[in-house]
Ligand binder design. Structure first.
Ligand SMILES: Nc1nc2c(ncn2[C@@H]2O[C@H](COP(=O)(O)OP(=O)(O)O)[C@@H](O)[C@H]2O)c(=O)[nH]1
Ligand SMILES: [Mg+2]
Length: 220
């Protein structure tokens, strides 16, 4: 990956790790609500249209500083130039669809294709998120399993079901993203020695905030 497209920075002396994560998906699927729950423990009950907003989370873990810049974006079909820039400057992507909006998974597919085209590789940390699982009772079970199979088997991406409203599994999204980032990172021989400490980081972020261990909202 080129320097332009890969913004991960590691300062060995000071033990600093930085990832830029972009959250994308259709309008109203809950992107801003997910970020708000993760960073500020708050649920946004009112819908406010987002163009683009950058948030920062900083964590001290075992003497290392982990910085996550999290970019909140507008829906899939707006602002193509901004979207391309966001893709080229990000390390990892959270692609969100909502269980109560059957068309929103189509937008996730379009976005994933765009990310892969822009990055020029399929080896990009991506997690597919099904949000609003508090509304699962209304959802067709077969459709849900098809989505999971597409995300995990066909695409080889992570898949997490969450509710930003009830704060279910939100930490699971960021745990999965860090797991994938660490794996990508470990592929570089020059940084293999850092691998062990990075996996400690993702585990610790988990244990401080994790509410659930599994990636699905409810048993099937
Ligand atoms: N029931 C339910 N509603 C949600 C959930 N997450 C977000 N919402 C609502 O969906 C609407 C859109 O959320 P927002 O985060 O602004 O979506 P965005 O356009 O993707 O950023 C808001 O009215 C939220 O309150 C969820 O997990 N469950
Ligand atoms: Mg928003």
């Amino acid at each position: 990956m080129s320097n332009r497209s890969r913004s991960v920075q590691v300062d060995r002396g000071a033990n600093k790790i930085y990832y830029r994560i972009t959250v994308m998906g259709g309008a109203g699927v809950g992107k801003s609500s997910i970020i708000s729950q993760f960073l500020y423990d708050r649920f946004l009950s009112e819908y406010k249209k987002t163009v683009e907003e950058l948030h920062r989370g900083e964590y001290d873990v075992n003497g290392s500083k982990l910085t996550l810049d999290i970019l909140d974006t507008a829906g899939a079909y707006t602002f193509p130039a901004m979207r391309r820039l966001a893709i080229s400057t990000s390390d990892a992507f959270v692609l969100v669809y909502a269980f109560d909006d059957p068309t929103s998974f189509e937008e996730v597919k379009t976005l994933r294709d765009e990310i892969i085209a822009e990055k020029g590789t399929e080896h990009v940390p991506i997690v597919i998120v099904g949000n609003k699982c508090d509304r699962l009772d209304d959802i067709d079970q077969i459709e849900r399993e098809t989505v999971e199979t597409t995300a995990c088997i066909e695409w080889g991406n992570g898949y997490v079901e969450v509710s930003a409203k009830d704060n279910v599994n939100i930490i699971g999204i960021f745990k999965e993203i860090l797991r994938q980032c660490n794996y990508q990172y470990a592929l570089s021989p020059a940084v293999k020695r850092r691998r062990a400490s990075m996996s400690v980081i993702s585990n610790n972020v988990m244990t401080t905030k994790e509410k659930k261990r599994h990636n699905s909202c409810k048993s099937r």
